[in-house]
Design a protein around this ligand. Structure first.
Ligand code: GAR
Length: 210
């Protein structure tokens, strides 16, 4: 991504949440919407895993939900179906919340700078799976999480916000993950609110306040 782009305040505030698992980030967003801390609406919760606990929770909470099993389907064809669903629900901003699937370039191009992801590391360190385990194995003293715009690269794209947490000597992947998750739940809604407010510009890889 090159050059500088400014963004008028987003006209719409309809979120599409994509998840594959537990869905605690989705629930944190839903709580912030319910309490009025985040001025947005969850229009659709989608999963590539019909049995994802996060999807069941979304259904229980009364949100519109959908899922399409992703095994054995060509990535672009699959993503076209997901994009069509998001468009049917008039989604303005797509939020990946533990969505463990790489998106095709065609999908990203269909929602330019309208797809966010949260990752449990201080990117560009430790992209991919088991980021907290990777951080411990590498011996870092500070870990954290990142919210970024999604591009076609794994955990790539310009960074919106990051939060750091200390790594303790007696940490396991589980204790470190729990410490990071507290920050994830706060940071994601903050980043969504920022993007919806539209007071940022993207210069190369840098997302700057305007
Ligand atoms: C979260 O820690 C999120 O950062 C991570 O998956 C977890 C999902 O938890 N995402 C990635 O690793 C993306 N590369 P949740 O289902 O409870 O929100």
């Amino acid at each position: 991504m090159n050059g500088s782009k400014t963004h008028p305040a987003s006209a719409g505030r309809r979120l599409g949440i994509l998840l594959s698992g537990r869905g605690s980030n989705f629930e944190a967003i839903a709580r912030n919407v319910a309490t009025g801390n985040l001025n947005a609406e969850i229009a659709l919760v989608f999963s590539n895993r019909p049995s994802a606990p996060g999807l069941a929770r979304a259904r229980e909470l009364g949100f519109a939900v959908a899922s399409i099993e992703s095994s054995n389907i060509d990535r672009e064809a699959y993503d076209r179906q997901v994009a069509a669903l998001l468009e049917e629900h008039a989604v303005d901003l797509v939020c990946l919340a533990g969505y463990m699937r790489l998106l095709s370039g065609a999908f990203v191009a269909r929602f330019p700078q309208r797809v966010l992801n949260i990752h449990p590391s201080l990117l560009p360190a430790f992209p991919g799976l088991d980021a907290q385990y990777q951080a411990l194995a590498h011996g870092v003293k500070v870990a954290g999480c990142t919210v970024h715009f999604v591009d076609e690269h794994l955990d790539g794209g310009p960074i919106l916000l990051q939060a750091a947490v200390p790594v303790h000597d007696d940490d396991t992947a589980e204790t470190l993950s729990a410490r990071i998750l507290v920050e994830e739940h706060r940071l994601y809604s903050e980043a969504i609110a920022w993007v919806l407010a539209g007071n940022y510009r993207v210069e190369g890889r840098r997302v700057l306040k305007t």
